[in-house]
Design a protein around this ligand. Structure first.
Ligand code: NAD
Length: 422
């Protein structure tokens, strides 16, 4: 992986390396963890509505299984590469370990623009993907969930296809399913809710209180929308929101419920009647706010624009939105970055709750699940914070991300030692 051309893979490997140095782990451990255990590349022929056959490129990366079955989403995106997929699978290993879940890391991808497909074509693609990867999937092997470009409907088609091949209904083989197939209502908003819990706890820990603090969010999709909604419910003033069409601001505070309605009606949050608008989708990252959250895509804060950030805290709702160069610039400015693997673990934690209930054929209430989720997010954040404070006397420049990686690696390392892998 040394000559990685993907920025995201370079970012994740740099993060990993730094964690290894700080935790003083042996080289043999890095050698194992810097490569995925298994990579499966598949060709996915789909008959389009006009009768033509299109063959899509798909992957499933299974990075580490030392803590349990592989777990991670499936992304449908036209620009996704195998290297990006490897990086995302590595991040899942770190995230699952950090959250204390009994899972290793995996990630799947198909190079496709799902918006360009009809519903029938999308269903066919989802089913073909499962047929191609059937031998390496399953509730005790590899449990996918959704990611960018996929949703509960895609999971429903996938679990149906998998169940047909097995010969019986296997709800625990995929997570974030519709409720009637064993999904939990919490899953839809779990990642954003988890981000909001972390936003509140970090504000309380670093500023003493979260009351009246201002928040700006880039991205108004699954993560950004629910992050905004729950943080607003918790008392934050949301001053800017953006999606791929642009940014809307209101220093007096945006009514997030209304913004959701506007997004539903017009397809974009920019139409919200705020105090100002911009076509620049990154503007949310630079506005006057106590906290900014890049919740859209990777590589949004880079060496070119990190100096423009005015906030004191960055909460990474998206995966890999800050490059290592940007993080250094932010650290020098005294900005605290809550890393993706800590901030956006709410989705996979809720998926874990769903998987447990599916295996046991149990159903917890939405309130119970949400309370468990909040507790898990808060506990994880505080564990990392205490690791950060422990590392600080020896390493002045240590970041929360470094502390999270060390905490996560320690658990993986202990498991490898116990299992005799090292
Ligand atoms: P999504 O597709 O639902 O939403 C993405 C949002 O980003 C949309 O509002 C879109 O308009 C906006 N966007 C697209 N291109 C943009 C650009 N160039 N600039 C600014 N905004 C842009 O995706 P999502 O599920 O919300 O995922 C967002 C990020 O969070 C990804 O990095 C994903 O890997 C990560 N993530 C998602 C989950 C989850 O449960 N959905 C869990 C963990 C991490």
């Amino acid at each position: 992986m040394g000559g990685a051309s993907s920025i995201l893979l370079k970012t994740v490997l740099t993060t990993l390396q730094k964690g290894f140095e700080l935790g003083k782990f042996p080289d043999s451990f890095y050698k194992i963890l810097s490569k995925p255990e298994r990579v499966v590349a598949v060709s996915l022929p789909v008959r389009l509505s006009d009768g033509r056959i299109e063959v899509f490129e798909g992957f499933r990366v299974q990075h580490s299984s030392v803590l349990g079955p592989y777990k991670g989403g499936i992304r449908f995106h036209p620009e996704v590469t195998l290297e990006d997929d490897i990086a995302l699978a590595m991040l899942m290993t770190l995230k699952n370990s950090l959250a204390g879940l009994p899972y290793g890391g995996g990630k799947g991808a198909v190079r496709v623009n799902p918006k360009a497909l009809s519903k029938r074509e999308l269903e066919e693609l989802s089913r073909v993907y499962v047929r191609a990867l059937y031998p390496v999937l399953g509730e005790q092997v590899d449990i996918p969930g959704p990611d960018v470009g996929t949703d509960p409907q895609v999971m429903a088609w996938m679990v149906d296809e998998y169940s047909r091949l097995r010969g019986f209904f296997c709800p625990a083989a995929f997570t974030a399913k519709p409720v009637e197939l064993g999904g939990n209502p919490v899953r839809e908003y779990a990642t954003g809710f988890g981000c909001a819990v972390v936003t509140k706890v970090v504000a309380e820990e670093l500023f003493g209180s979260s009351k009246g603090l201002t928040l700006s969010i880039q991205g108004f999709g699954n993560v950004g929308l629910w992050h905004a909604y729950w943080a607003w419910k918790m008392g934050f003033k949301v001053v800017a929101l953006s999606d791929s069409k642009g940014t809307v601001y209101d220093p007096e505070g945006i009514n997030v419920e209304k913004a959701i309605e506007v997004k539903k009606e017009t397809g974009t949050v920019v139409e919200y009647p705020g105090k100002g608008q911009s076509r620049d989708v990154k503007e949310t990252l630079y506005v006057e706010a106590d906290i900014v959250a890049p919740d859209a895509l990777e590589n949004q804060l880079t060496a070119e624009n990190a100096h423009l950030v005015k906030a004191r805290i960055v909460v990474e709702g998206a995966n890999g939105p800050t490059t290592p160069e940007a993080e250094q610039i932010l650290a020098e400015k005294g900005v605290v970055v809550v890393p993706d693997m800590l901030a956006n673990a709410g989705g996979v934690a809720a998926s874990y709750f769903e998987w447990v209930q599916n295996i046991q054929r149990l159903s917890w209430s939405e309130e119970d699940t949400r309370a468990k989720l909040a507790e898990l997010m808060e506990t994880n954040f505080k564990r990392v914070l205490s690791q950060w404070r422990k590392l600080q006397p020896e390493h002045k420049r240590v970041t929360l991300r470094d502390a999270a990686v060390v905490t996560s690696l320690q658990r993986i390392y202990n498991a490898m030692i116990s299992r005799g892998w090292l």
